[in-house]
Design a binder for this molecule. Structure first.
Ligand code: ADP
Length: 495
């Protein structure tokens, strides 16, 4: 029984051991699972930590980028302002005056200087200095002159430099910093196409300022704008000088011309006086000749033979021609010297032309010339001297009759703005092109076969022109050989 009990106890303890072993194995399994979980958790935690660090890093970088962006936008805004004000001036010295302290500071710098190199002497001349004491300026001037080769090379290469430029030798960079009293700097060449070239310097004493490509780019743009403005100023200066020169020459010429004009006026006056005197002298004996011829012709001094009668008539006719010639000469002299006073009254052009056409009707009929008058129904009156305008019409229509061997003469009158234009057109022999310009010159007659048959003095058109111009009108002709002529003139409308 005891054995049985012992056996049962033994079995029970065995079973307990097995159960314990099983529990142990199970627990071990749980522990290792837990360990894995803990490891996983640790890994996750590490990763999260890494990510947190990345987030902080990104944030810092973002802030930095934002700052840089702000700086760039600010710089660009300042640059735009500067560019606008620089390009608005055309005076070389004023261009640099536009680069003010505040604007340079907006670009992130406190100090600035600019030099242009005199092309002929090779000397660098200060055009701008900001935030430098007098003695510092002197040191800078001397330094730039001493290092002129290096600066000259930089200008020739059209490439700037900065405190961080790797291609510029370190010693020079340090010297620049020391002399210009800055920690960082940017130098950009100023390169106008013509004239003195130079460079723009900006620098900062802020140890935190880090010069980057953006700063260099910005300063290059500004230096470019200065170069462009210098070029514009130079061009303006050139144009201005040329303009001044031209004005001086025009003034000189005008003075010469007015002297010449005075001389011409004097000579013309003398000519007019001479013509007037001679014409008067001629008129007196001519009147006597005509008078005697008329008395003889009238038979009051006794009958005269037929042959003498014929000769006397010729004397009479030629005397008339001579008197009319002398009268024309006298009139031209009078009009030219302003000794004629026009009696300006409102005139009806149609009436004047019709009167003249009546006067010349016989000649027109003889030559089988048709006369047409084409006047605007609502043509206003003109302000003119009746006697003188009638004379103009007689001359022009008479010429049309003289130089038209059968055909048509048309007179047109129409209003053109504040003037009335009168055209006298014929279908006659016309005028060769090379003669047209001389027609209104005294004594000019076209060298043509028709002129050998038609009598004339070459004074009619000259006188007509003087009369029209005395009325503040103009006269011109359109004609070509064989194609008829149209003489046109204008007169002011009567208000
Ligand atoms: P003239 O007494 O010779 O007619 P004018 O001064 O009136 O003098 O004219 C100058 C010249 O212009 C004339 O000699 C003639 O050759 C030319 N001329 C003028 N009117 C006409 C015309 N209607 N047709 C052709 N030629 C003309």
């Amino acid at each position: 029984m005891f054995d049985f009990l012992m056996m049962i106890l033994g079995l029970a303890s065995f079973a307990g051991c097995i159960a314990l072993a099983i529990v142990l194995v199970l627990k071990i399994g749980q522990v290792s699972q837990l360990e894995t979980s803990v490891n996983n958790l640790k890994y996750t935690l590490d990763e999260m930590d890494e990510q947190a660090k990345l987030v902080v890093r990104t944030d810092i970088e973002l802030n930095k980028t934002q700052e840089e962006l702000d700086k760039k936008v600010n710089g660009l805004y300042t640059l735009q302002k500067l560019t606008r004000s620089i390009s608005s001036t055309l005076d070389e010295t004023q261009i640099f005056g536009k680069i003010e302290q505040e604007l340079v500071e907006n670009l992130g710098f406190e100090k600035a200087a600019a030099f242009l190199r005199n092309e002929f002497t090779g000397n660098y001349i200060f055009y701008l200095e900001l935030n430098y004491a007098e003695e510092e300026l002197e040191a800078i001037r001397q330094f730039v002159q001493a290092q002129s080769d290096a600066f000259h090379q930089m200008i020739n290469n059209e490439k700037g430099m900065s405190s961080v430029s790797p291609q510029v030798d370190r010693q020079l960079r340090e010297q620049i910093k020391k002399t210009f009293k800055v920690i960082s700097f940017v130098i950009s060449p100023i390169l106008p196409k013509e004239g003195n070239k130079g460079f723009l310097f900006v620098g900062s004493t802020d140890p935190d300022l880090i010069i980057n490509e953006g700063d260099e780019e910005l300063m290059n743009i500004l230096a470019n704008q200065i170069g462009q403005a210098l070029e514009n100023a130079r061009l303006f200066e050139k144009t201005w000088q040329a303009h001044q020169e031209l004005e001086k020459r025009v003034e000189e010429r005008t003075r010469e011309l007015s002297v010449a004009l005075e001389e011409v006026k004097r000579i013309s006056q003398r000519k007019n006086d001479f013509v007037s005197n001679v014409s008067h002298e001629l008129r007196t004996p001519l009147t006597s000749i005509k008078g005697y011829a008329s008395i003889l012709l009238s038979g009051k001094l006794g009958a005269i033979p037929e042959e003498v009668h014929k000769r006397l008539e010729k004397i009479n006719k030629h005397s008339d021609e001579l008197v009319s010639f002398v009268n024309d000469l006298l009139d031209i002299a009078r009009i030219e010297s302003g000794r004629i006073t026009l009696k300006l009254v409102p005139l009806n052009v149609r009436n004047v032309v019709e009167e003249v056409a009546d006067l010349l009707a016989v000649q027109m009929k003889e030559k089988q010339i048709a006369f047409r008058l084409d006047v605007d129904a609502a043509l206003p009156e003109v302000l003119a001297d009746y006697g003188q305008i009638k004379r103009v019409c007689i001359n022009l229509i008479n010429n049309a009759v003289k130089y038209t061997p059968g055909g048509t003469i048309t007179v047109r009158a129409a209003q053109k703005n504040s003037r009335v234009q009168i055209d006298i057109a014929d279908t006659g022999c016309g005028i060769p092109e090379d003669a047209v310009n001389n027609l209104f010159v005294e004594f000019y007659r076209v060298d043509s076969t028709i002129n050998q048959e038609v009598k004339g003095t070459g004074l009619g058109l000259a006188m007509v022109k003087h009369i029209i111009e005395a009325h503040k009108g103009t006269i011109w002709v359109k004609s070509s050989a064989g194609a008829g002529s149209t003489f046109s003139f204008t007169l002011p409308v009567a208000q």
